[in-house]
Design a protein around this ligand. Structure first.
Ligand code: GAR
Length: 193
């Protein structure tokens, strides 16, 4: 069994996709053993609790990056996590965690990388940038995490049409529904056998 820690910062719809896949026995040999949030009070924590998954908050706000990184590593070690999944985790993972979990951290990003990635590109901003540029196709990417923001090896991608009249919100929802919620569990299942 591969012990999975899922890192979240917000609504947790990608976490929910992983939970649903686990319930349907579609998460390979993986089991979610811990959900770690960088923010208090987010809905992702409620989703985890509803699924009876243990949760912890490691606050990012008001903390130095090194301190945050060390606290994150403590929780991952305590959970004996083998694989770390960033599912709407909006903080940067620091060098301590990166070196301990090299090749064992995956992230879902809401665009077809390398388009609309990198520092400051997260959540609705990604979709606003795609609309601003006028692309007709966007999508989502699951990739390994290394020291380059959104720069690690690409594992899976899925394209999604941009439609006339789209707003960042409508596009975000379509990209989640048609790409992220499918390819994230799929990539995790492939990694956990
Ligand atoms: C998702 O669209 C995810 O791809 C994105 O934040 C959203 C979180 O939604 N992540 C990034 O932009 C990371 N760079 P969720 O909390 O409902 O899963």
């Amino acid at each position: 069994m591969t012990r999975i820690a899922v890192l979240v910062s917000g609504g947790g719809s990608n976490l929910q996709a992983l939970i649903d896949a686990q319930i349907r026995d579609r998460l390979g040999g993986g089991k979610i053993v811990k959900v770690i949030s960088s923010r208090e009070g987010v809905y992702a924590l409620e989703r985890a609790q509803a699924a009876e998954i243990s949760t912890v908050v490691v606050p990012r706000k008001g903390v130095m990056q090194e301190e945050f990184d060390a606290a994150l590593l403590r929780e991952l070690t305590a959970a004996q996590a083998d694989l770390v999944v960033l599912a709407g985790f909006l903080s940067v993972v620091g060098p301590l965690v990166l070196s301990e979990y090299a090749g064992r951290i995956v992230n879902v990003h809401p665009s077809l990388l390398p388009a609309f990635g990198g520092s400051g590109m997260y959540g609705l901003r990604v979709h606003a940038a795609a609309l601003e540029r006028g692309v007709k196709v966007t999508g989502a990417t699951v990739h390994l995490v290394n020291e380059v923001v959104d720069g690690g090896e690409i594992l899976l991608q899925k394209a999604v049409d941009v439609l006339p009249g789209d707003t960042p919100e409508t596009l975000q929802h379509r990209v989640m529904e048609q790409a992220e919620w499918l390819i994230l569990p799929q990539a995790v299942a492939a990694l956990t056998g």
